[in-house]
Design a protein around this ligand. Structure first.
Ligand code: R5P
Length: 288
């Protein structure tokens, strides 16, 4: 093994974006047709996506705002480029006619009552194909108790996905004891991309988020995190996009908002129309 890399100042050249030769989605120019087709359903022509995350129930049950997905989430679907959910919710509640590309939660196991990093692969690839999803998603716990097991879950899905043209979105799961700074997020996101994930989902960090995106050769989508005031959440999304993220995958900041449809519209303005947080917030206020 190489010696530990202790150099503090690194050369990320964050103001020099990676060129996207051959395709509009970061790092995917050399993929096969099916993989490109699926990624192209998630990411729009501008290379960005607004994904709505509603998979929280896979480990924490009926999350606030997700008690009745049929009543509260289905009406939001026209405002989302993609939907991240479990196969149970997809089959029982989401109308196939909604047409949203789906990023299917494909790992799970422990509940909030147990050690969360002890996940396994929870969906067979042939079921993901049967559901015609656009990608599968897997939690990876870098630094967590079951780090190696969760990495193996991801590489198993990547291997199976490569056989059938199915992208894998790896989600960096940050345990309570880990600091969400650019050093940790840079380690986790780069590891997952190096090990084959076609998309990485991670949290935003105030300091040097651009270093995280610059060093990750595949698209990073920003996870939302706990509910914030709308302007703060829009500011975080704006800063992430300006810092090189290829979109957002937000849950609680949408479905726990008093005005989730207006919030999604405002997020779309930030992600796809370069609206400032103030402009997006004004748009939101004009819709309620
Ligand atoms: C968490 O593990 C879930 O996979 C969610 O998809 C993720 O946390 C994003 O949702 P939120 O924006 O509520 O954090």
């Amino acid at each position: 093994m190489p010696e530990a890399d202790t150099k503090v100042t690194k050369d990320f050249r964050a103001n020099q974006p990676q060129s996207n030769a051959g395709f509009h989605i970061k790092g995917s120019g050399s993929y096969d047709w099916g993989m490109k087709y699926r990624l192209g359903r998630i990411f729009r022509e501008d290379g960005n996506t607004v994904m709505l995350a509603i998979d929280h129930g896979y480990f924490q049950g009926p999350t606030s705002g997700l008690e009745r997905i049929d009543l509260d989430i289905v009406p939001l679907l026209p405002h989302a480029d993609a939907l991240m959910c479990t196969r149970g919710i997809l089959r029982s509640v989401i109308p196939p006619a909604a047409g949203n590309p789906v990023v299917l939660r494909a790992s799970g196991g422990p509940s909030i009552l147990k050690e969360l990093s002890n996940e396994q692969v929870a969906v067979a690839m042939d079921d993901a194909l049967r559901l015609d999803v656009a990608a599968v998603a897997v939690q990876v716990f870098v630094g967590g108790e079951y780090e190696t097991q969760s990495v193996a879950n991801m590489t198993k899905l990547v291997d199976e996905g490569m056989r059938v043209g199915m992208p894998v979105m790896a989600v960096t799961a940050v345990g309570r004891e880990l600091v969400r700074d650019s050093k940790y997020l840079g380690l986790a996101t780069r590891m997952l991309a190096e090990l084959g994930a076609q998309v990485v989902k991670t949290y935003y960090c105030e300091e040097d988020f651009g270093h995280v995106t610059a060093a990750c050769p595949v698209p990073i989508v920003m996870a939302g995190g706990k509910k914030l005031p709308e302007l703060d959440a829009l500011t975080m999304a704006y800063n992430a996009i300006q810092g090189g993220a290829s979109g957002v995958d937000m849950g609680r900041n949408v479905f726990q908002s008093l005005h989730p449809d207006a919030m999604l519209t405002a997020i779309n303005a930030v992600v796809h129309d370069s609206a400032t947080p103030q402009e997006a917030n004004e748009l939101l206020r004009s819709l309620i």
